[in-house]
Design a protein around this ligand. Structure first.
Ligand code: SF4
Ligand code: F3S
Length: 111
């Protein structure tokens, strides 16, 4: 199994998750992070760090699409290990539905 970053992260991108990962397997897009499922060791440390509950274990139902998204973008985006600056309007996007369409395929800056 692996943990996955899901829709709630989009446009929130709080990045509290990245520094706790013992294997540095977060990757940064323009408006979301993903986890590399091949590198994640399922420790679960990151899950409670996310203030908007955007990190879930893949044992939860209905996450096939997010497994694909995390796998795809972990191969394309730069690694991130240090918390960067979140978008100024992060709070406004917390728990908003329909954010999936807003997922940017562009890479972030990484660290
Ligand atoms: Fe990293 Fe552990 Fe989270 Fe996997 S579950 S992404 S290894 S902190
Ligand atoms: Fe996203 Fe939560 Fe991390 S909003 S960047 S998964 S702390």
């Amino acid at each position: 199994m692996t943990y996955l970053v899901v829709e709630n992260c989009i446009k929130c991108k709080l990045m509290d998750c990245v520094e706790v990962c013992p294997v540095d397997c977060f990757y940064e897009g323009e408006n979301m992070l993903v986890i590399n499922p091949d590198e994640c060791i399922d420790c679960g440390v990151c899950e409670p760090e996310c203030p908007v509950e955007a990190i879930l274990p893949d044992t939860e139902d209905g996450l096939d699409e997010w497994l694909e998204i995390n796998t795809k973008y972990a191969a394309e985006w730069p690694n991130i290990t240090v918390k960067g600056e979140s978008p100024e309007d992060s709070d406004e996007w917390k728990d908003k539905p329909g954010k999936k369409e807003m997922l940017s395929p562009n890479p972030g800056a990484g660290s």
